[in-house]
Design a protein around this ligand. Structure first.
Ligand code: ADP
Ligand code: MG
Length: 157
């Protein structure tokens, strides 16, 4: 398990962390399956802010907002890009991993051209791929956040 911790003192810095990670992801070796980022941690911790920065860095022009009420939003990334779709899921209102299955989760994670960001991923951790990147957001004070990025987290699937 490898973990990196960063502290941010405003939204711009959190979006900056997202931008750096988005570039890493765009430069990754070819994958067999989708790349999944599981975002967990405090309400107001910056999960949606991070996702907005991440999307922008991947070329998404639309404004990214919390998909809490629609559960999922799919953004096209362009035919020449390594990743064709950014899928933004908010699991906050999901009762179980089974509800995510009903949204077509299996198909989503099978396609290596998908990059999937799941907010409140701990609600559906049973069905996250083992190689998902886990990002923990900790609310420290009004503007301070601690973001821990965990790679290859050893979890029982
Ligand atoms: P979550 O999706 O985790 O509930 P949001 O990204 O929706 O969190 O909300 C984070 C809130 O905190 C936003 O209103 C944002 O402006 C504010 N904020 C203040 N400082 C930071 C920071 N360092 N990183 C991210 N958001 C911050
Ligand atoms: Mg959110």
């Amino acid at each position: 398990m490898e973990a990196v911790t960063v502290f941010t003192k405003n939204n711009r810095e959190t979006r900056g962390v997202a931008r750096v990670l988005a570039r890493e992801c765009a430069g990754m070796a070819r994958r067999k399956r989708a790349l999944v980022l599981g975002l967990i941690g405090d309400l107001g911790g910056g999960k949606t802010t991070f996702t907005a920065g991440f999307a922008k860095a991947l070329g998404v022009k639309e404004r990214v907002t919390s998909p809490t009420f629609v559960l999922m939003k799919i953004f096209k990334l362009g035919a020449r890009k390594k990743f064709r779709h950014l899928i933004h899921i908010d699991a906050y209102r999901l009762e179980s991993a089974r509800e995510l299955a009903a949204l077509g989760w299996k198909e989503m994670i099978t396609d290596p051209r998908n990059i999937i960001v799941v907010e409140w991923a701990d609600k559906v951790k049973k069905i996250l791929p083992k190689d998902a990147l886990i990002l923990k957001f900790k609310y420290l004070s009004a503007d301070m956040r601690r973001i821990t990025i965990i790679q290859n987290a050893v979890r029982k699937n």
